[in-house]
Design a protein around this ligand. Structure first.
Ligand code: AMP
Ligand code: MG
Length: 423
C-alpha cells in the first residue's frame, strides 16, 4: 500500500499551475517500500531499487577492436614502413600462447585478448603480409584499435543507479558484467475505471445516445507501457453512491485509483464529491488544456495506508495529456523512478494559435520537413478534445508555456514526441 502524507495537502480552489502539481507530487508522495529481486529476463521496464555496482571491469580484458596485427608501438619507425616477423595468433576466445616479442607482430582478430607486450593493432586492410613477415605503414597512433579493460565500466562503479527504469540496453549492460538478477521495486498497482451513463463496453449493445468506452483501453495501454500493473474495474454509472463504493473498494487493493469522466461541474459529475466524501480532495482544477478538470485525492486504503486518487476528464485527448503530465509523474514518485526531463525540441510552427495566459496548452501536431530542410509542425485539423484520430494521426505535442499568448506561422515552438511524453 502506498504511503501518502495528506497533511496540509488540500488546495483552496483556483487553477493549479502544472509546476505546483509537480511540486505536490514530489513533496508528498513517497516510493513504495517493497523491493523484489527479478531475473534479468524479467527486468526490462522495471525500476532499480538501489544502486547496482559492477562486479568486474567491462570489457574484462584489453582486446582488439579489429582484425589485423598486434604490435608494440615502440618498434615502429616514425616515417617509414616497418617490417615485423609474424609470431603467434590470437582470436576471440583463444588468447596468444605467450607475450609478444620485440620486433614481432601477432596475427589477431576482433575481440581477441591483446597479447602481453602489444599495445597497438593495425587493421589487416592497412598492411602488406609478406610470407612470415608483415610490412606496416608509419603514422598509426600508439594504442590504436585496442579496447582497454574497464573502458566501458570500471569494477565497483555504479552500473545502474536507483530509480533507473530499465531499458533493453540497461539489461544488456547488467548481463555484460555477469549479473543474473536485479533488485527492483514492486510494480505499482493501478485501478482503472470509466464513468458515465453514456459509456458502454465495446461489443455490447449500444443505445443510440451511448459511446463505446475508449478511455479504459487508452489508460491500460499507457500504464502497461510504464511497467505499472493496471486492473480493469469496468464502467461505473454517474451515481454518487456507486462511485464512492467503487473508488473506496479499489483503494484497498491499489496504489492509484484512476477514473475518467464525471470530474467537471455538470449535474452528472459526481466524482469530485464522491472523493471528498470517502477521502480527501487535494486539487481538482489544473491550468492545463486539454485537461483542466482533473482531480487528485487521497483515499484511505488497507492497513492504515492510503491510495492516490486521480480523476481524469472524460475526453480521450484530455485523458492522454493529463496522463502524460500528471499520472505519469505520480506513478514515477510511487515507483521510485527517475523520469528523464521533458525537453521540447525546437521546430517551426506552420500554424497560428491564440491562448490564454496562465495555463499550459498542448497542440497535437505532425512533423514534416519544410522546403528549406527545417522540421515543421503541422497542427491537426481537428482540435476537439474528443477527437481520437487527432492522436493517432500526429507525432507529438507542441507545448505552449503558461506565459505564451500567441503563436504565428514561422515561430519556433517546442515539440514533445509521444514516446517522450508517455514512454
Ligand atoms: P465528462 O468529463 O464526463 O463530461 O466527459 C467528457 C466527454 O468525454 C463526454 O463527451 C463523454 O461522453 C466523453 N467520455 C467520457 N468517458 C469516456 C470514455 N470512457 N470513452 C470515450 N469517451 C468518453
Ligand atoms: Mg460524464
Amino acid at each position: 500500500m502506498a504511503q501518502l502524507t495528506d497533511d496540509c495537502f488540500a488546495f483552496a480552489g483556483g487553477l493549479l499551475p502544472i509546476e505546483e502539481v509537480e511540486r505536490i507530487l514530489r513533496e508528498r508522495v513517497r516510493p513504495v517500500a517493497e523491493v523484489e529481486t527479478v531475473p534479468l529476463g524479467a527486468a526490462y521496464g522495471r525500476v532499480i531499487a538501489h544502486d547496482v555496482t559492477a562486479p568486474i571491469d567491462l570489457p574484462p580484458f584489453d582486446n582488439s577492436a579489429v582484425d589485423g596485427y598486434a604490435v608494440r608501438a615502440a618498434d615502429l619507425a616514425e616515417a617509414a614502413d616497418t617490417r615485423l616477423a609474424i609470431a603467434g595468433r590470437a582470436s576471440a576466445g583463444h588468447p596468444a600462447a605467450g607475450a609478444l616479442a620485440p620486433g614481432a607482430a601477432t596475427r589477431i582478430f576482433t575481440g581477441a585478448p591483446m597479447p602481453e607486450g602489444a599495445d597497438t593493432v593495425f587493421m589487416q586492410e592497412d598492411v602488406k603480409p609478406d610470407g612470415g613477415l608483415v610490412m606496416v605503414p608509419p603514422g598509426l597512433a600508439a594504442g590504436a584499435n585496442r579496447r582497454l579493460a574497464g573502458e566501458d565500466v570500471r569494477a565497483g562503479a555504479v552500473l545502474l543507479p536507483a530509480g533507473r527504469r530499465l531499458s533493453a540496453a540497461d539489461v544488456a549492460l547488467a548481463a555484460a558484467v555477469g549479473l543474473t538478477q536485479l533488485p527492483v521495486r514492486r510494480r505499482i498497482r493501478v485501478a482503472v475505471l470509466s464513468t458515465g451513463d453514456e459509456i458502454v463496453e465495446p461489443g455490447a449493445a449500444r443505445p443510440s445516445a451511448a459511446l463505446f468506452d475508449a478511455n479504459r483501453f487508452l489508460l491500460a495501454g499507457l500504464l502497461t507501457g510504464l511497467g505499472a500493473q493496471p486492473t480493469d474495474l469496468g464502467i461505473v454509472r454517474d451515481d454518487q453512491d456507486r462511485l464512492k463504493q467503487a473508488i473506496a473498494a479499489a483503494a484497498q487493493r491499489h496504489d492509484i485509483v484512476l477514473t475518467s469522466g464525471g470530474v467537471s461541474t455538470g449535474e452528472a459529475d459526481h466524482v469530485r464529491t464522491a472523493v471528498d466524501a470517502i477521502g480527501r480532495l487535494v486539487f481538482w482544477r489544473v491550468a492545463v488544456k486539454p485537461g483542466r478538470p482533473v482531480a487528485m485525492g487521497v483515499i484511505p486504503g488497507a492497513a492504515g495506508g492510503s491510495a492516490a486518487f486521480l480523476g481524469l476528464p472524460g475526453n480521450p485527448v484530455a485523458v492522454f495529456v493529463t496522463f502524460a503530465r500528471i499520472v505519469r509523474p505520480l506513478w514515477a514518485r510511487l515507483a521510485g523512478a527517475e523520469l528523464a526531463p521533458l525537453v521540447p525540441l525546437p521546430v517551426r510552427a506552420t500554424f497560428a494559435y491564440r491562448k490564454r495566459k496562465g495555463r499550459r496548452e498542448y497542440v497535437r501536431v505532425a512533423l514534416r520537413r519544410g522546403a528549406d530542410g527545417v522540421i515543421e509542425a503541422v497542427k491537426h485539423a481537428q482540435d476537439g478534445a474528443g477527437v481520437i484520430t487527432s492522436l493517432t494521426e500526429t507525432h507529438g505535442l507542441i507545448e505552449l508555456m503558461d506565459a505564451t499568448t500567441v503563436v504565428a506561422p514561422g515561430d519556433s515552438v517546442g515539440f514533445l514526441p509521444y514516446a517522450a511524453l508517455v514512454g
